[in-house]
Design a binder for this molecule. Structure first.
Ligand code: ADP
Ligand code: MG
Length: 682
């Protein structure tokens, strides 16, 4: 039962307006009308004014809002429509989509989540002006539902259909902008393995066009039923639900959904002070996965990320660190990805094969009513978080095209079917790929064995190659580790205590871990110290210098950037505002480790080999062979193998090597063999 009569509700609103500063806000709105046409009232202020009034509002929002809008008109003493929008419900008042039941119908509720889909903004007829075919006068009909409601009879001459016909006057009618969106539960609020549920929501007038897929929001509004129609418009007794949105609270700060209390903050700072924090956090990551210490350390730094920079000319340098794991099957790649997606704030695990229409990036699709709808893919949903993409080599060709932009500019532009939208995808990517031919062939360059284009590979800051080579000592340790993990798992089920349990229990509890990361990302923006800067510079120049001896480009500017980001992340993880020498050293260690694993030729690190599959030494030999061939072809129109080899020998290239290069050029389609041992350019 309502506590107040409708009249009382109106007087309470009037009293509320005159006693609070909202009365003042109204006069400001009046100045800006019609650009401004909503009065946003914080729910907390209603509670403060009168708790009963506020409680009742939640139960009977329809009446309260319409009486409130009447009160506003009376207060400003003008007959214009100002929306009353109640917002900002306390967190404990929010509902989970999965918990919505029929008792909530008609109530004011608050839903937190990510906007998964949003349609184009389109006008909807609100008040139809119908011209009578007989007397020419206008009858107004307030429109409800999706079907056009015509007048039953003319309000002036009184004649009814079908004796007279009505024509809709566009000029005299009143339209309102509308948009339909779909909100999906935040992944971090899901209990392990649950599929996120979605709810349709409907926004109108000045709220239309605000929401974009990927937005983290709280939608407040009235839960309404919608009839389910069968084919041929047959009515049924089953209903769908949707949210009639009254107000939108946008999450302004990233990671706002992770709450950090003062006590938490104390503990976070204390843990950081204790030292070895990076090692301790690292050992917390997937303790059941054996070894991979460097990989885990990099994954940890990825969670913190470097510091994004904005340049004067408007360009942005990403701070997010992208990591790729390529490895033999069964090396715990998928396991690690799933773990990280759960651990990282705003983490999402998905497969390149893609389960939704939107795939990894975003797409425009037609919804049930035929409106174009923008749907966010994994990278947009993971905005400000981590996107773990398993089997990234299997992604669709559309994703392949748009993932470049997502990785570097961190936006996804959709231009399809008249929709031009830019969605934010400020996430770090953790990808995993299997070798093209099942297993790694140690004698072939890495890139040749992964089904990913070179420009894409080069956008990863760190590429770990994980090979599964039998090694009795390592195998024994790994087997023991896995067996023990199972044993511990069994004991945990029996709730038995055992010393072993400790080794498989994260050193730091995951809830706290997440808070720690969120705190660091929110508050710590480290700057490079001179010492760190000169160390990185020195390392870069020194490594580049090796070129003179080895003719291999051991490092490229991309790895320098990677080192900077890793060093910044390291400082962040220690809650330090300064990137110290130790941070720089840590970063250098990681980059050298992965370059060595992924791009060595004859013991020499070669970054070109990693990204192009051709080492720079090979390249310079190839260039020389190329010159020889050009000369021969210029002279005779073709190049003969024995002549090439002879010329090559003269400048110190061994026969075997020259033959290998020829074979490679042939394989890559640079040259063709017209006769046995006779070559021409393609
Ligand atoms: P991938 O995705 O690399 O093919 P998975 O993540 O599916 O491999 O792992 C296969 C199985 O092998 C998993 O059950 C995983 O726990 C186990 N495994 C592989 N390597 C390790 C390791 N280093 N430590 C513990 N378990 C491992
Ligand atoms: Mg796998």
């Amino acid at each position: 039962m309502m506590r107040y009569t409708e009249e009382e509700i109106k007087s309470l609103w009037l009293d509320f307006l005159s006693r609070t500063e909202y009365g003042l806000s109204l006069s400001r709105i009046m100045d800006e009308y019609p650009d401004e046409r909503s009065l946003v009232v914080k729910f907390g202020d209603m509670v403060e004014y009168n708790p009963n009034f506020a409680e009742d509002f939640l139960k009977y929002p329809e009446i309260y809002l319409s009486k409130g809008e009447e009160a506003i008109r009376e207060y400003i003493n003008e007959d214009i429509e100002i929306h009353l929008r109640v917002s900002t419900l306390p967190k404990d008042r929010r509902k989970d989509i999965r918990d919505l039941r029929s008792v909530h119908l008609g109530q004011f509720i608050s839903i937190e989540g990510i906007i998964r889909r949003a349609t184009e903004v389109r006008p909807k007829l609100k008040i139809g002006a119908f011209i009578c075919s007989d007397c020419g006068n206008i009858t107004y009909v307030f429109q409800e539902g999706t079907r056009l409601q015509q007048p039953a009879k003319c309000a002036h001459c009184g004649k009814s259909r079908p004796i007279v016909k009505f024509r809709l006057s566009i000029e005299k009618s009143i339209f309102v902008d509308t948009q339909r969106v779909e909100i999906q539960e935040n992944p971090e609020n899901l209990r392990g393995g649950e599929q996120p549920q979605r709810l349709s929501a409907y926004v109108e007038d000045d709220l239309a066009g605000i929401l974009v897929p990927g937005d983290r929001v709280v939608l407040n509004g009235i839960l309404r039923p919608r009839e389910r129609r069968l084919f041929g418009n047959v009515k049924t007794t089953e209903f769908d639900i949707f949210l009639d949105v009254v107000s939108i609270d946008k999450e302004k700060k990233e990671l706002e959904s992770i709450e950090i209390t003062e006590e938490d903050e104390e503990r976070i700072k204390e843990e950081a002070r204790k030292g070895d924090i990076i090692e301790r956090l690292r050992d917390t990551i997937a303790p059941t996965i054996y070894g991979m210490k460097v990989e885990k350390e990099a994954l940890l730094l990825q969670m913190f990320g470097g510091v994004p920079k904005k340049m004067k000319d408007g360009t942005r340098i990403r701070g997010d660190i992208h990591i790729l794991l390529v490895g033999d099957p069964g090396t715990a790649k998928s396991q690690l990805l799933q773990y990280m997606a759960q651990l990282a704030p705003r983490g999402i695990y998905t497969s390149g094969k893609g389960s939704s229409a939107a795939g990894l990036t975003a797409t425009a699709i037609k919804d049930e009513s035929g409106r174009w709808t923008l749907e966010a893919g994994a990278l947009v949903l993971a905005d400000m978080g981590l996107a773990a993409i398993d089997e990234i080599d299997k992604m669709s060709s559309t994703d392949r095209d748009s993932i470049y932009q997502a990785m570097e500019q961190q936006i996804i532009a959709v231009t399809k079917a008249g929709i031009y939208a830019t969605l934010m995808a400020r996430c770090s990517i953790l990808g995993a790929a299997n070798p093209k031919y099942g297993r790694f062939d140690p004698n072939r360059p890495l890139v040749e064995q992964i089904d990913l284009p070179t420009p894409l590979l080069s956008r990863f800051d760190v590429i770990f190659k994980i090979v599964d080579v039998p090694n009795p000592e390592k195998d024994r340790a790994l087997a023991k580790h896995i067996l023990n993990a199972h044993l511990v798992g069994e004991m945990l089920q029996l709730e038995e205590e055992n010393i072993l349990v400790e080794d498989y229990t994260p050193k730091i509890d995951l809830e706290f871990f997440r808070k720690y990361v969120a705190y660091a990302k929110r508050n710590i923006f480290p700057k490079l110290s001179d010492e760190a800067m000169s160390l990185l510079e020195k390392k870069y120049v020194e490594t580049r210098k090796l070129y003179e001896e080895t003719h291999a480009v051991a490092i490229t500017p991309r790895q320098l950037e990677a080192m900077i980001r890793l060093a910044e992340a390291s400082a962040r993880a220690r809650l330090s505002d300064v990137v110290t020498r130790e941070d720089a050293e840590r970063a250098i260690r990681i980059v050298e480790y992965f370059l060595k694993e992924a791009s060595t030729e004859g013991g020499i690190i070669d970054a070109d080999l990693l990204y192009t599959g051709i080492s720079s030494r090979q390249r310079s030999v190839m260039e020389k062979i190329d010159l020889i061939m050009r000369k021969l072809i210029d002279e005779k129109g073709f190049a003969q193998e024995d002549e090439i080899l002879e010329e090559a020998k003269k400048i110190g290239i061994e026969e075997m090597k020259a033959l290998r290069i020829l074979e490679k050029m042939h394989r890559e389609g640079l040259i063709r063999e017209v006769r046995n041992g006779v070559y021409k350019y393609v």
